[in-house]
Design a binder for this molecule. Structure first.
Ligand SMILES: NC(=O)c1ccc[n+]([C@@H]2O[C@H](COP(=O)([O-])OP(=O)(O)OC[C@H]3O[C@@H](n4cnc5c(N)ncnc54)[C@H](OP(=O)(O)O)[C@@H]3O)[C@@H](O)[C@H]2O)c1
Length: 268
């Protein structure tokens, strides 16, 4: 897909991967609309994005709030006429034993990572189907391929996103709407700020940069790839897990067991 003059909505564009993608897509000539909750950070990103793409815009929106998403999408369709590419990127995480994780945290993770993407897609899909064109790009995670201890809620949100993306792919392809899912491993962003010293920490060798993830997302759009897992080591592990789940579980359990934390309730 040629990106010049395409209208792209990126959720979670105020920081991290979404911010980098907004800047990179603007440089390719796309009209970028970004959203997030932090208006101050969005203003900073907009300054940078408008250097390459003056028609771009940023909007305050909490994607976990269905009403706000509906209002944002109505305004975008009124002001810009269409959305060619929707990148469902906004996300939060927490690393904590499941038994200790407050239900409010679990609900916020599912509401933001999975339902936030559902709300945006549901609001924009009718206009894409009517035009017989559009591309939905879901930013999932390797945590949506491999369940990791102390990340049960986050993994659940990303497994949901992967299953949803696969279903949508089949449902929408005949209608002219493309669906892709990108699954990065650990990325150097502020994402981990909520759990800096928690276990298990990912080895440095598996980390990728936001630039690399942004470049991969752009390749996925241009080449219309259904799925991309990165880095290659984690793509291989995901494949091994699918091919030999029992063997994978045996070795994963051996690796993870040194990181088991007895929940606070049991320790009291
Ligand atoms: N970093 C990693 O290791 C990693 C690995 C694999 C996948 N991912 C996925 O990549 C995506 C981006 O993560 P990142 O690493 O770029 O994280 P980040 O640097 O923390 O950025 C997250 C972005 O999401 C936005 N956001 C969070 N909650 C939101 C809400 N309720 N409504 C609207 N926007 C919201 C944030 O903006 P505001 O705070 O302004 O709302 C921010 O712009 C996420 O879906 C994450 O799960 C990250």
């Amino acid at each position: 897909m040629e990106l010049s003059q395409r209208i792209v909505l990126i959720t979670g564009a105020s920081d991290g991967i979404g911010k980098q993608l907004a800047i990179d897509l603007a440089k390719r000539g796309a009209v970028v609309i970004g959203c997030g909750r932090s208006i101050e950070r969005l203003k900073e990103v907009l300054k940078e994005v408008r250097q390459s793409s003056p028609a771009s815009a940023m909007m305050g929106c909490d994607v976990s709030d269905q009403e706000q998403v509906h209002g944002m999408c109505e305004k975008i369709l009124a002001d810009f006429g269409r959305v060619d590419i929707l990148v469902n990127n906004a996300g939060i995480g927490m690393r904590q034993p499941f038994a200790d994780m407050p239900l409010a945290t679990i609900e916020a993770i599912i509401q933001t990572n999975y339902l936030g993407a559902v709300y945006c897609t549901h609001a924009l899909l009718p206009s894409m189907i009517a035009r017989g064109a559009g591309h939905i790009v879901n930013i999932s995670s390797v945590a949506g391929k491999i369940g990791t201890l102390n990340m049960a809620a986050y993994c659940a949100s990303k497994f949901a996103m992967n299953g949803w993306s696969e279903s949508l792919y089949h449902e929408l392809k005949p209608l002219g709407v493309k669906v892709s899912v990108v699954c990065p491993g650990p990325v150097h962003t502020g994402f981990n700020r909520n759990f800096p010293n928690s276990q298990p920490q990912s080895p440095e060798s598996l980390f990728v940069s936001p630039d690399a993830v942004s470049a991969a997302i752009i390749r996925v759009i241009e080449r219309n790839r259904a799925e991309h897992i990165m880095p290659p080591t984690l793509a291989l592990l995901s494949w091994i897990k699918q091919a030999a789940p029992g063997l994978f579980r045996y070795f994963a359990q051996r690796h993870f067991r040194s990181h088991v934390v007895v929940p606070i309730r049991e320790r009291a």
